[in-house]
Design a protein around this ligand. Sequence first.
Ligand SMILES: [Zn+2]
Length: 191
Amino acid sequence: MANALILQLDASGAPQAWVDWKDAVTYQAKDMVVWSLGEVEFTFYGGKSRLTGEQSSITTASIIAVKGHSGSKSAKYKVPTLTNKTLFRRDRHICAYCGKHFNFDDLSRDHIMPVSRGGADNWMNVVASCKPCNHRKNDLTPEEAGMKLLFVPYVPSKYEAMILRNHKILADQMEFLMAHVPKNSRLWENA
Ligand SMILES: [Zn+2]
């Protein structure tokens, strides 16, 4: 469990970052945790006290709200970095053209408007596509290729971005984040 990440929120409950247990313990020690959530608690043990012989320990929850980050200016939403990993996760490893499920290695990043024709490499112009579909589409738009997009691209929300960024999300953290994910998100499809 020591490698599980802790979900850091601001005092209003907006997600800020995934932090490791050392950061969480620092927030606890500095009395910066205003409230916490989650079923999972992590306890970390320090050295033994020379006076009492008791081992020191500190406990942190899997979701913590940290003060000093609220006011939402510091919590400005950053659009998640577009990588094949985050894209395929957004699209649930489903090809946007044939609708079948594929492994990471069998998918590719398809630019709806091809880059060679001025299409942008951003969230709104890309979908996951299996290699045969991508090959068939070639340097054409879906209309020109006679291929229909089964779903439309979108920019992940702040909550989705947090989900896309971490592969080892605990059940209670996932539940918290999914409660804020828009109902039209594809993340719901296998949630
Ligand atoms: Zn396909």
